[in-house]
Design a protein around this ligand. Structure first.
Ligand code: COS
Length: 401
């Protein structure tokens, strides 16, 4: 793993703790009293109701990680992960709709945006405009730098013309703006410097989206293709105003996105376990609640232990980010552990529910389906294992090489 290098210039104190704790408490109540009772509606109608979206906007959730000097709440990474974690106790669609705003898009602006880009886009995020992140394509997923979407200089001015298509883009059907990664060089360059990032309003001429893909779980959250057909953007759409930086910006955003997925998976595992604990106390077999049986208790205890471990990792990795440490490998490790752990927990929860675990009428089967994507998006477990090992070997080389 990386040596912890602190950079005082990058430390982030975040919102003052007392105000944050009050907010977190209020959010927890909102999740239990408002979002969880609305889940059946989200599932049946495959959408987050407008009144809930408006409430989330009013609570400032869409701009919660925007720095204070731009009018946001200025949460640090630990607080940001807590917000994601609290919200993700409810159906995943509630996190999905604002997760790119506060995660990957805000992070790209913070790491790569020019002052003018921040001045323009931060207020729009706060207002509740919806962002999406266009990296993956029909022909490139884990090998993201192999993208085929191109951006070439516009002969009629200082802008760019984008062509290509993006796939599996969360929120694309609802998005107001996309961060589109495109090739500005035909040939692959070292460190993937052929990739640049562009901020593209979704109402730009030449952009269209496919119909939302049908998927295994996460009802109410939508993904679709984005097609770019001679899309003209001005020169100042280029993130950071410099070509060749897009892959780095995308990877930095993904580090942040991986923390978000880890926080979400940890919360959803907790939700599933709470549900199993209740069920095990209510359901009787052989004349007593199944919670009395030791083999059921073993499944409950293993789940509790693993969730606790993920919660500790979440706290540790996010505090390291806020201290300015390099956390590429640790963010990957947290995401791998939390998502794989969530998969094991929801599997045990179906087992504890028994026959009822297989029925749509109960919650366990949807927990099982919803959780499956956590091991895939924002970097599969296998790609992240390679990242973790790459950083371990680098450290070893530094010491022993
Ligand atoms: N922060 C800053 N810079 C980074 C970075 C990060 N997190 N990750 C990579 N870079 C830059 C660095 O300059 C790096 O070179 P060094 O490591 O030598 O400094 C360079 O990019 C190349 O990085 P890397 O060697 O990791 O790139 P590879 O082409 O070997 O591997 C993988 C890239 C496979 C790791 C990458 O494509 C990836 O993460 N794929 C998964 C994509 C994904 O998560 N998709 C999910 C859907 S998007 S929502």
């Amino acid at each position: 793993m990386n040596a912890p290098i602190s950079n005082p210039a990058r430390t982030n104190p975040g919102m003052d703790e007392e105000s944050f704790e009050q907010f977190a408490e209020q959010l927890q109540r909102y999740v239990r009293e408002r979002l969880i009772p609305a889940e059946r509606d989200v599932i049946e109608n495959d959408r987050v109701p407008d009144d809930i979206l408006n409430e989330m906007r009013e609570m400032g959730l869409f701009g919660i990680s925007v720095p204070e000097e731009y009018g946001g709440a200025g949460l640090n990474t630990r607080q940001y992960a807590r917000v994601v974690n609290i919200m993700s106790y409810a159906a995943p669609a509630f996190r999905s709709i604002f997760s790119i705003n506060i995660g990957m898009f805000a992070s790209a602006l913070k790491n790569g945006g020019t002052e003018a880009q921040r001045q323009e886009w931060y207020p729009k995020l706060i207002e509740g405009k919806i962002a999406c992140f266009g990296l993956t394509e029909p022909g490139s997923g884990s090998d993201s730098a192999a993208m085929q979407t191109t951006a070439v200089p516009d002969p009629d001015g200082n802008g760019w013309i984008l062509n290509g298509s993006k796939r599996y883009i969360t929120n694309a059907p609802h998005a107001d703006v996309a961060l589109i990664m495109a090739r500005t060089e035909k040939e692959a360059l070292p460190k993937n410097a052929h990739v640049s990032a562009f901020i593209v309003p979704m109402d730009t001429r030449g952009i269209s989206t496919g119909s939302p893909d049908r998927k295994m779980g996460q009802a109410g959250s939508h993904i679709s293709d984005i097609m770019l057909d001679d899309v003209k953007v001005p020169g100042d759409a280029l993130l950071g105003g410099e070509t060749g930086q897009g892959f780095r910006f995308a990877m930095q955003s993904l580090d942040n996105g991986r923390i978000s997925v880890g926080a979400a998976a940890t919360a959803y595992a907790r939700r599933a376990l709470d549900s199993a604990l209740r069920y095990a106390n209510e359901r009787k077999a052989f004349g007593e609640p199944i919670a009395r049986f030791q083999l059921i208790q073993a499944m409950l205890a293993d789940s509790e232990t693993e969730i606790y471990a993920a919660e500790c990792m979440m706290k540790d990795v996010t505090e390291r980010v806020d201290r300015g440490e390099n956390t590429i490998a640790k963010a990957a490790a947290f995401k791998v552990f939390a998502s794989e752990m969530c998969g094991r927990v929801v599997d045990r929860v179906v087992q504890i529910y028994g026959g009822a675990g297989y029925l749509a009428e109960y919650d366990a089967e949807r927990f099982y389906r919803d959780a499956r994507i956590y091991r895939i998006y924002e970097g599969t477990t296998q790609i992240l294992q390679l990242q973790i090992a790459k950083h371990m070997l680098r450290e070893w080389e530094k010491v022993h090489g």
